[in-house]
Design a protein around this ligand. Structure first.
Ligand code: ZN
Ligand code: ZN
Length: 816
């Protein structure tokens, strides 16, 4: 083997390129360059900011370009994290430079962009163009947004420039966010306290001057702001004594406290239950032994998983290693922070997309420096740059928000297991309702099971009451959203001064098409998927394989005239409740009402202080929160998730019902859960009613095995989209044919991969784009991956200048 050339660096650049590039380091920078630093490099007539991912190289021809600059004093990530970046990039077919860019806190990445200004000629042309042409739209946009970042793609803008319609300018984002500094004041070195206080201050005649000086001497250094505002003549005194050479100003790097706000008062650690002790003992033994292992902690809601996490984290910290605690929602990260902050103080960080850029920068640097023992965060915490990672906990591991749906489309839970393996850390996946996939991994021996079947203090699980909405509608056709049974329970609950949660799942999809007599939805003959109702063309379609039929009023299951589109939003429910309980406080928590930073947190805080009586919400409210005064939970329409066009619809329904039910009766009063549904016999509902995960799992597993869905196969979804409807469908069909062509050339193995579609996406037009998808299914991950690499290469050729783009979604969750 050739000797590695030490004067070279491997650099990942944030472009749509899967490979890394080799650069030479000029001598004067050689001693500074380390893996994990950002560098400025020349790249095809441009300057780019890249990331050093390796030192030395054995595969270059000697004609290398030189890096221009090193941008960091200290690495932003350690070398041990690089193989993980590579793995995520390869497995999810995403450019590694873009992945690192997305993983790092936004504030440090300077980006370049183009702006445009209309010329005189452009102004004239814009009046002449037809009002609904694409060109006109873009020109008008540029006219109204001079100096703003142009929307990509820029192709059209370049054409405009050539024609002399606009002037393009290159801009760089504002200066990168650095550490936050504060001015401090201290006594200059060598100044004698007694001399100053004895003589000078005593003679000046300003009565608070002595006190002022004493304060500075005593503290050794104070924020300028504090000192100045301590008295009315504070600013004068500071200036005076600096001038005299007694005091001096200096900068201190301070860290912003991301929330500064603890949601619940900290309680002393409770005595552990027997099952908690047993589970913890196994975790601790494993941590002491070291090395990689994955545990699935199956603990029913209210069994005390958080306490186990906490002790496990404390244990790994004592062993000198760090921990990542991942939670599915930002609001939950804030809640967990409240619990952990009181015990870990400043040795912890919080990292999620809800923080400002500066805050995230601070947290990241503290982690990279090893000043932090624990990070709590949503899926972005996965890449935390801990140098000695010992433990990764993924709480609520079944939650689908671990799957990222833009940029690098990774599954953070699955990737966490890979990171644990690479860095020899223990991984704990916790859930009250484990995902079918993770539980199957227990059965095959990949994961080990830890189980906590009892609630703490043996509190009973809440009673679940199923309301058949078919019967309700039969009795009273005009019945609103809330059934009489739920109304009655709410009345009682309110009269007793308790709190209630009403849950309405409407994830993206607002309507299902089902029979109001038998509750059945229409399903695909090929895929057993709920068909989607397309309003405009009035037909039902499968978005896995493309099968479609016209819409009929007649139900295919019972033959009666009962098919209806069914669905409504949280706003309507909130309105109905406000009218019914005008004296009560009703609040709503969903993505629309919590878009503003910190708003979700405010609602939760109010609810925990009992300032809100009824909380209406989407799946956001089902997650992990502990509200002891909630004794009633209502599920408004279980069918909205059952009829969801997804092979995981049953799994999600079971999870949502169990999680929602877990919110009731966490205090000393028993809770009640009322579930409204058109499908009271469905196994996801009957097993949730009995809190019977095992029965649910067996039934679901059998169905998946029969239909060949994950975990018994691997899926990938190719998502094609374009501005032109005809081009989108043509290209989708062409890609489908090309893929079949590749598979035919693999006589043996080609048959192991199934191509479904192309089919129109359920949201067939989104933000002006027409969307189609092709689903690939295969039992062997490696084989599927091999095909995907081919397909990605092929798509570059086939789709070139067609105006249609393709995204590969590996292990897809949302096919909307
Ligand atoms: Zn029917
Ligand atoms: Zn189908």
């Amino acid at each position: 083997m050739k000797e590695k050339d030490k004067s070279c660096l491997k650099v990942a650049v944030p472009l749509s390129l899967r490979e890394t590039f080799t650069y030479r380091v000029p001598e004067h920078l050689a001693h500074k360059a380390e893996v994990g630093m950002r560098v400025q490099v020349p790249f095809r007539n441009r300057k780019l900011i890249g990331y050093i991912v390796g030192k030395g190289s054995d595969d270059h021809d000697g004609s290398l370009k030189e890096i221009l600059e090193i941008l960091d004093e200290k690495p932003l990530f350690h070398e041990g994290l690089v193989p993980f970046f590579h793995w995520v990039a390869d497995y999810y077919l995403y450019p590694i430079g873009r992945l690192i860019q997305a993983a790092l806190p936004g504030g440090i990445n300077v980006s370049h962009f183009k702006t445009g200004r209309l010329t005189e000629k452009g102004l004239q042309v814009s009046d002449l163009l037809s009002p609904d042409s694409e060109e006109k739209r873009l020109l008008i946009w540029i006219k109204e947004n001079p100096g703003k970042r142009l929307p990509s793609p820029l192709k059209q803008a370049y054409v405009f420039q050539k024609r002399g319609w606009i002037n393009l300018e290159s801009k760089t984002n504002k200066k990168p966010v650095g550490p936050l500094k504060r001015k401090f004041v201290r006594v200059k070195e060598g100044v004698n306290r007694d001399t100053i206080l004895g003589k000078e201050a005593g003679s000046s005649g300003i009565k608070n001057e002595r006190k002022f000086l004493e304060t500075v001497f005593d503290t050794g250094g104070m924020p300028l702001k504090t000192l100045s505002s301590a008295s009315s003549n504070g600013p004068y005194l500071v200036k005076k004594w600096i001038k005299k050479g007694v005091l001096e100003g200096y900068d201190v790097v301070v860290f912003r406290n991301p929330s500064g706000n603890i949601m619940f008062p900290s309680t002393p650690p409770p005595e552990l239950s027997q099952q908690q002790k047993a589970v913890l003992a196994r975790i601790q033994t494993r941590l002491e032994k070291g090395g990689f292992s994955t545990y699935l902690l199956h603990g029913v809601t209210g069994s005390g998983k958080t306490e186990v996490y906490q002790r496990a984290i404390e244990h790994v910290n004592r062993l000198g290693r760090q921990a990542i605690l991942m939670v599915p929602e930002i609001a939950l990260a804030v809640y967990m922070e409240g619990i952990f902050r009181s015990r870990l103080g400043n040795r912890m960080a919080v990292f999620h997309s809800g923080l400002g850029q500066g805050e995230r920068y601070d947290q990241w640097i503290r982690m990279a420096k090893g000043e932090v023992d624990l990070v709590i965060g949503a899926r972005s915490a996965l890449f935390s740059p801990f140098p000695r990672l010992g433990l990764i906990i993924v709480d609520e591991e079944h939650d689908i928000s671990y799957k990222q749906e833009e940029g690098p489309r990774h599954q953070a839970r699955d990737a966490a297991v890979v990171r644990g393996k690479m860095e020899k850390a223990l991984v704990i996946l916790g859930s009250g309702t484990p995902s079918v996939q993770s539980y199957q991994n227990v059965l095959t021996g990949r994961y080990r099971l830890l189980s906590m079947p009892d609630r703490i203090e043996r509190r009973p699980l809440p009673e679940m009451q199923i309301v058949d909405m078919k019967e309700v509608l039969e009795k009273n056709k005009k019945n609103g959203v809330i059934s009489p049974a739920l109304k009655e329970a709410l009345d009682r609950n309110m009269a007793e001064g308790k709190q209630a949660i009403l849950f309405l799942n409407r994830r993206g999809f607002h309507r299902v098409y089902l029979c109001r007599f038998c509750g059945q939805s229409v399903r695909c003959v090929n895929c057993d998927m709920s068909l989607i109702h397309h309003l405009k063309t009035n037909h039902l379609a499968c978005h896995y394989c493309g099968f479609h039929i016209p819409c009929k009023n007649t139900c295919p299951s019972c033959g009666r005239q009962g098919m209806r589109a069914y669905g409504f939003g949280t706003e309507r429910l909130e309105q109905e409740l406000k009218e019914r309980y005008p004296e009560r406080h009703v609040a709503r928590m969903d993505r629309d009402s919590t878009r503003r930073k910190g708003h979700a947190f405010k609602i939760l805080k109010k609810f925990s202080k009992q300032e809100i009586d009824i909380l209406v919400g989407t799946q956001m409210i089902t997650k992990g929160y502990d509200f002891p005064h909630v004794t009633l939970v209502g599920v408004i329409a279980a069918d909205l998730s059952l009829g969801f066009p997804d092979f995981r619809a049953g799994e999600r329904t079971f999870q949502i019902l169990s999680q929602v039910a877990g919110r009731a009766g966490r205090g000393d009063q028993k809770g009640t859960v009322i579930v409204q549904t058109f499908n009271p016999e469905h196994y996801a509902i009957t097993t949730a009613e009995k809190h019977d995960f095992r029965s649910f799992f067996e039934k679901e597993k059998a169905l998946r095995e029969q239909l060949g869905y994950p975990p018994f196969s691997h899926l990938a979804c190719l998502k094609l989209q374009g501005n032109n409807s005809k081009a989108a469908v043509t290209m989708a069909q062409r890609m489908g044919r090309e893929i079949s062509g590749i598979l035919k050339k693999w006589p043996k193995r080609g048959k192991e991969i199934q191509v479904l579609g192309p089919a129109e996406a359920p949201l067939s037009k989104l933000r002006g784009k027409y969307r189609w998808q092709i689903l690939l299914k295969c039992e062997k991950a490696v084989l599927l991956h091999y095909l995907l690499e081919e397909v990605q290469g092929l798509s570059r050729k086939v789709l070139r200048s067609s105006g249609v783009s393709m995204i590969v979604d590996v292990d897809p969750y949302q096919m909307l």
